[in-house]
Design a binder for this molecule. Structure first.
Ligand code: GTP
Ligand code: MG
Length: 198
């Protein structure tokens, strides 16, 4: 898929205030700082379309981006950033959960996983929660450029093996680097194939 246009539409804190269209929607979720916003910029080829930061907790709202005037890409706040305090963290959690459970247009949710890490409890529990609620999801491994040779494959393999303990069929998964623009075509072609099947 070629990206011919990418525009910011709206930010808000509630699923029922998101754009009132029937366009298919794909959202990025994952731990704070995993690279959700950076990936949106890499995929769209627009350097600062989504706001990024080296400090975790940058994205605080649900952000809709209209791609090719045909589908929405959604940047969500990260989970698991404890420094903000319990109340604020719970508030973000509510925003995220309400969006995921209520947003009818959500066609596939992509869980971003830092490719440098061993499987993290918080990510595995989140994926389990998606399963309990029957939410269609895929996995995107991020920051592939930050791995030493051999490590990337090992980490991805370990994570998928962990998922295979719970899931009969593995979800679609992608390996990406926003820094080195890895995985762009594979991901966008996948979205195109889903859009065409709808
Ligand atoms: P929150 O909005 O806080 O939840 O974070 P986020 O998941 O949107 O992360 P963001 O895209 O803001 O990136 C966090 C940091 O990781 C930034 O300093 C990025 O430059 C860096 N980063 C993101 N993707 C990559 C990547 O593929 N490679 C490298 N080397 N750094 C990356
Ligand atoms: Mg962000």
């Amino acid at each position: 898929m070629n990206i011919t246009s990418a525009e910011f539409v709206v930010s808000n804190s509630r699923a029922d205030m998101c754009p009132d269209t029937n366009l298919p929607e794909y959202a990025f979720i994952g731990r704070s700082n995993v690279g959700k916003s950076s990936l949106i910029n890499m995929l769209t080829g627009r350097k600062s379309l989504a706001m990024t930061s080296a400090t975790p907790g940058k994205t605080m709202l649900i952000n809709h981006f209209l791609i090719n005037k045909e589908w929405h890409l959604v940047d969500l706040p990260g989970y698991g950033y404890a420094k903000r305090g319990k109340k604020a963290m719970q508030q973000l959690q509510n925003i995220i959960e309400y969006y995921i459970l209520e947003r009818k247009q959500l066609t596939c949710l992509f869980v971003l996983i830092d490719s440098r890490l061993t499987p993290q409890k918080i990510d595995l529990e989140f994926i389990e929660w998606l399963g309990e609620h029957g939410i269609p999801f895929g996995i995107i491994f991020t920051k592939a450029d930050k791995n030493k040779a051999g490590e990337l494959k090992k980490n991805v393999g370990t994570f998928l093996a962990k998922l295979a303990e719970q899931w009969e069929e593995l979800p679609p998964h992608f390996i990406t680097s926003s820094e080195k623009r890895i995985g762009r075509a594979e991901f966008l072609d996948y979205i195109e194939s889903i859009n065409q099947s709808l």
